[in-house]
Design a protein around this ligand. Sequence first.
Ligand code: FAD
Length: 389
Amino acid sequence: MDHVVVVGAGLAGVRSIEALRAGGFTGRITLIGEEHHRPYDRPPLSKAVLLGETDSTVVDSDLDALDVRLCLGTAAKGLRDGVLETTEGELEYDGLVIATGATPIRLRGEGRQHVLRTIEDALTLRERLVPGARVAVVGAGWIGAEVVTAAARAGCAVTVVEAGESPLAVALGPAVGSHTTDWYARAGVELRLGAMVGTVDADGLTLMSGARVPADVVVTGIGVRPAVDWLKGSAVRLDDGVVVDEHLRTSLPNVVAVGDCANWWSRRFRARLRVEHWDTALQAPDTAAATLLGEGAVYDPVPYFWSEQFGHMVQFAGHRDAGDRMVLRGDPRRDPKWSVCWLTADDRLAAVLTVDRPRDVVQGRKIVESGRRLDPLRVADAAVALRDC
Ligand code: FAD
């Protein structure tokens, strides 16, 4: 293999290059990125950048030392056998890494709506989070909650419109999500649950019910879609992202996919997973690079992510199914530090969510990995370390 092209200059793209070089690849590498920036980290965009603590989150990676040809401001448009079509012309490759991430979903309507995906999005929104500004955030998911945290801290008058029964209902289910409702109230934020937005207008939101939410700033945080439209019509199989096997191989030879856009087969959970979180973009490239270099690596992690909201560190490890039963560790109504474990029918740990209990997530992730059984009564006792359950 002489020439590997990496499409997408985000974390998964840059990590793929590092992994290829670490794996001994000495051929040419070209990095194609639609944005005009060197690869940067996105988690701080909704945290330190919005809070005004930093303006740059560039990934600490020496692309010059990695001997990469960098094509920024260049978008991939299509793929044929061995040829990548880009806005700047065609490029032949022997190996290809697809790492094009995801794009925010927008609401209908003519009014201005902010989304949060790029550094420009974050810097533009930050300027508008001024004391007294009426901010309407649509969606009380991970990004929504972090935007609300920053907006409330900036002194804005914040209203959140959420279609579900509770914050984080899609990610965690309403029973767990409802334990975070109080965080909104304490931050002085109005939370409207079970409310669907019809349109974004010049002066706020119109809900499906006809009710109006006046706002100076509208932020839409209702999820993302894998950025794979450019692959439509190619031989790469798409289904909620790029379909890859446990080696991160696509349906085309010598083409792998990683990060937010990859939908991989998990041996461990016997399910297809597409995980839109930082740790996946960080780790999966090791397997993708090994696959391109002809090694038999398998990607089978216990997914992990974190979120910082309302002064809490929220962490999650594992993969939960609708049938798993929930066991609370601690009482969220009295104790600010609590966890939830999801146990399978035969008492194995499927997933763990922790609020300011970092030990539970570290130990829980290892237990999910080991696949061992737990004693549910001990799990329910927050005083017993999870590793001793
Ligand atoms: P991306 O970072 O999206 O990079 C993909 C790159 O590909 C982009 O630069 C894009 O412009 C480019 N691209 C797209 N299409 C093309 C094309 N056709 N041609 C060329 N280039 C293209 N995760 C956590 O675990 N914890 C957090 O607290 C957390 N906070 C987050 C906060 C924000 C605001 C955001 C947006 C994400 C957050 N995440 C968090 C998720 C995490 O940042 C992502 O999972 C990670 O960025 C995915 O990396 P990626 O390289 O797959 O995709």
